[in-house]
Design a protein around this ligand. Sequence first.
Ligand code: SAH
Ligand code: SF4
Ligand code: F3S
Length: 387
Amino acid sequence: MNKKVFIRTFGCQMNERDSEVIGGLLKKSGYQISATDKEADVIIFNTCSVRKHAEDRVWSLIGSYKGSKIIGLVGCMAQNYKEKAFERDANISFVVGPQDIDKIPEVLGKILETRGQSPKNGDSPLLLERKIWEADSSIRPEEIYHTGFYQDKNHAYVVISEGCSNFCSYCVVPYVRGPLRHRKSKDILAEIQGAIAQGITRVTLLGQNVNAYLDGKINFNKLLAQVNGLTGLKEFDFFTSHPKDANIDSFKAIRDLDKLVKRLHLPLQSGSDRILKLMNRGYLAKEYLELIDSYRKIVKGGLLTTDIIVGFPTETEKEFKETCNLVKETEFNAAYLFKYSSRPGTQAEKIAGDLSREEKEKRHKQILDLQRDISKKLRHKRSHEKK
Ligand code: SAH
Ligand code: SF4
Ligand code: F3S
């Protein structure tokens, strides 16, 4: 009988896409993908390690199953904890990191093979409680992107680059996702054409730092032009840009390519130069402002969104205000605002001067309120302009 697998996804769009990839591979190997955990024999948690809160939620959810299902931990937490995950929760049967997701059907096959067998003479019953972990690979086989399995009938996430080599001091992504690697442009285009053949008309190109894309002579802006030229595609966008690699050419592409959505997500992180330096972001607040100034001049009426972290270690009240002032001045259409969360193994973890929880919460609330008013005002303005 076909075993049923439920995949529960946490974290970023990259993980959303990875869950589809895993679903596609499992279907190809004869498993059924179920829509809820109730009827599933196997539950796969595809997880995120970017903040402690994200990890805590997953640990508590896994704890709530109490041996009734086969539990797999995959994604960024799998890479972060490796075999230590089994110590944390004995209910977990397998642990597979993001670079090894192609092995999940095989790993699951092995687990199911030994499950329910009674111990042979002399065997410890524990030997049959098989635990498998895979977190060693550095490359994903290209084929995994071509199973044709997408959750949405109209829209597809398409990975253009994996990993990240930027090492922003607070961030766990380079450690759990490995260094930046680029997919070949011909493979990316072939995948999109396959999606179009299934009726998909909208695409989001994904990478931790899409502007750094490079395949031989094809840079990010050339890739955008190639995607724009695909027959049958109606609309596309990309996610995420890094200010140190964003450039005027890509803003011109947003203006000129008819299928490219007029929107830019450009994470600022902080408005203080001292904090930006400690974060290893590679730009000054002034340079960020210049960039968005040219974006707005080139892409008239284009939307702008950002990410900000408050309460980075040693951030003073004055430096926090610098961020607030930049937020006021810039008027982002939306901002994702995060409280700094210390991540084991990162450079920022070693900086003495983590702020108290209360202080981080206070600053977080303050900037949330500020941005809420700005977003509201801008939405109001846009709806008037449309009338
Ligand atoms: N590669 C993307 C997204 C990375 S994670 C980028 O560079 O924009 C998404 C966001 O989570 C980041 O932009 C950052 O604002 C936030 N983030 C990352 N690590 C964090 C940490 N340790 N604590 C709080 N927020 C964090
Ligand atoms: Fe993390 Fe920085 Fe890479 Fe984004 S660019 S994934 S914040 S290290
Ligand atoms: Fe989280 Fe991994 Fe994405 S840490 S933000 S799921 S790359």
